[in-house]
Write a protein that binds this ligand. Sequence first.
Ligand SMILES: Cc1cc2nc3c(=O)[nH]c(=O)nc-3n(C[C@H](O)[C@H](O)[C@H](O)COP(=O)(O)OP(=O)(O)OC[C@H]3O[C@@H](n4cnc5c(N)ncnc54)[C@H](O)[C@@H]3O)c2cc1C
Length: 125
Amino acid sequence: MLLRFARVTSLEPSGETIRVGLRIGDEEDAQDETIEARCVINAAGLFADEVAAMLGNHSWRIYPVRGEYCEVRGPRSTLINNLVYPLPHADGLSLLHFLVLQRAKTKTKQQTKHRKQARVDHNTS
Ligand SMILES: Cc1cc2nc3c(=O)[nH]c(=O)nc-3n(C[C@H](O)[C@H](O)[C@H](O)COP(=O)(O)OP(=O)(O)OC[C@H]3O[C@@H](n4cnc5c(N)ncnc54)[C@H](O)[C@@H]3O)c2cc1C
């Protein structure tokens, strides 16, 4: 079963299952439903701490941080060779996924050439 526009509003252990409270649909005409699940996977992104808390786990919290990327160009471009991020929050862990960085660092000359050509094509079209 796949439900779209369904917000988990409560999680309650019930024997071998978990009762999942849902609010389905837009706020104006939302319907409340409950389903029983044998397994719940918490994939709520930035809200994963709130969902975990519904089952009583308050041991961690997400502190979202918004940032902007800046690129150093010109003669000083070699001063910074990696992405720079804020230090982990004093209260807990920090987690960043940056496959993009690894891929960028291992870019082949051929890929760089294609990218440059793509930019030229874009700018001249
Ligand atoms: C502006 C921006 C730019 C980014 N750029 C990059 C990039 O270039 N490269 C990169 O690797 N990463 C990037 N990221 C990070 C990337 O988007 C996240 O790391 C990734 O989307 C996390 O995936 P996720 O599945 O854990 O969570 P999400 O993609 O956030 O999915 C969580 C889902 O859970 C749903 N949800 C939340 N609470 C509930 C609830 N109570 N009930 C039901 N559903 C709920 C949300 O609606 C959402 O659909 C960017 C993020 C932002 C905000």
